[in-house]
Design a binder for this molecule. Structure first.
Ligand code: SAH
Length: 346
């Protein structure tokens, strides 16, 4: 019999699975407590179960945790980046970030990405496959165990487009939220999307109150088309309309990510236009100076960046210049994997 990865299951489904091997519901709770609270990933170490039960569980299930093949630690701010090897040998990455009030993990949802955004290293390497629910969840467990931390904030901002792996991502979020599993409040979980409009609308009806972040990066379709091919399928108006629906249904402020690229989208006019297209939407804009990337885009000067933020604010839009973390360890997505492959970025 092929063993099943226990991390792929919802709580309710696990109760059913346990029933099939004659284990009661409270045994599910015990096993989940070992996995999520104590970070024990071997059934034989679960000492409040009889030896017979441990064997039974080990015959039926396995607990899939990826192996680190590379770990980079920032000397500046403790940001740590992990490159994980999956069962099929493919690799993904996650980043651990420390803030004054939270310990955050940036998690991958796919191996590679199909969207081919020009500024993104993951896009440059192409799409390989979706991650399973278990593989998404396991990234957090692996970091917590290795680093001895309790992650209390999760952002799906690593490799991949989470809304193109919708079902597995939603299942992972439900499990993180479940009291018997990670028990993390949904408002501490963020999905970042390049703007899959129909899925944003679907997400608006999701029962959990998660946060949404949209990677806009441009103020017009003309501009966005040049850096994000997905814009031809979901143009700006459609993305912002979906964001509006999301915002009205959930009452949550949406975050807009805006990568500032020198000589491309960083002028005062761009800032004013951005404020204009966001009018009527309750948003927070994060301005992120572009990180090293395969297209060779450069960062605007500090003066341009602060002026951009100032103009947004003057035009009624809340905005911040994103605090940078881990710049000394290539914390932008896809970069660790690229370096491992021997591809050098500018
Ligand atoms: N596909 C999703 C989530 C993964 S990308 C999305 O597009 O949101 C996570 C974030 O990193 C996105 O906002 C993306 O635009 C940004 N990003 C990618 N490459 C970058 C770079 N070189 N510099 C700065 N941000 C980058």
């Amino acid at each position: 019999m092929v063993k099943k990865n226990i991390l792929d299951y919802s709580y309710e489904k696990l109760i059913e699975e346990f029933k099939k091997i004659n284990l009661q519901k409270f045994r599910v709770d015990q096993v989940l407590d070992w996995i999520f609270k104590k970070h024990v990933f071997d059934f034989y170490e679960m000492t409040n179960l009889s030896k017979e039960m441990r064997k039974q569980l080990d015959d039926y299930f396995y607990i899939y945790i990826p192996e680190p093949v590379d770990i980079q630690r920032s000397k500046k701010d403790k940001t740590t980046k992990f490159l994980w090897k999956l069962e099929d040998g493919r690799t993904i990455e996650s980043v651990l970030l420390f803030y004054p009030n939270r310990v955050s993990a940036c998690i991958s949802s796919q191996v590679g990405c199909a969207l081919k955004c020009k500024f993104c290293s993951t896009g440059a390497s192409g799409f390989e496959r979706d991650l399973s629910t278990g593989e998404i969840i396991a990234q957090v467990l692996a970091i917590e165990k290795l680093e001895n931390v309790n992650i209390n904030n999760i952002v799906l901002m690593g490799m991949g487009e989470p809304l193109l792996n919708y079902d597995n991502v939603i299942k992972a979020i439900r499990n993180w939220n479940n009291k018997k599993m990670k028990n993390l409040g949904a408002r501490h979980i963020t999905i970042s999307t390049a703007g899959i409009a129909d899925k944003i609308e679907e997400l608006a009806d999701f029962e959990l109150d998660i946060r949404l972040s949209i990677s806009l990066h441009a103020v017009s379709n003309y501009q966005r088309d040049q850096i994000m091919p997905i814009n031809s399928k979901y143009p700006i108006e459609q993305v912002l309309q979906a964001a509006k629906i999301y915002q009205q249904k959930t009452k949550n402020r949406v975050t807009i990510e805006y990568i500032a690229i020198k000589g491309f989208n960083d002028t005062e006019e761009d800032a004013i236009k951005l404020a204009e297209i966001l009018k009527g939407l309750k948003v927070m804009v994060n301005i992120i100076p572009v990180n090293p990337n395969p297209a060779g885009f450069e960062r605007p000067s500090k003066k341009f960046l602060t002026n951009f933020v100032k103009k947004l604010k003057e035009n009624g839009i809340e905005a911040t210049l994103r605090i940078e973390k881990g710049t000394d360890i290539d914390a932008a997505c896809g970069q660790l994997k690229m370096r491992k492959k021997g591809i050098n970025l500018k």
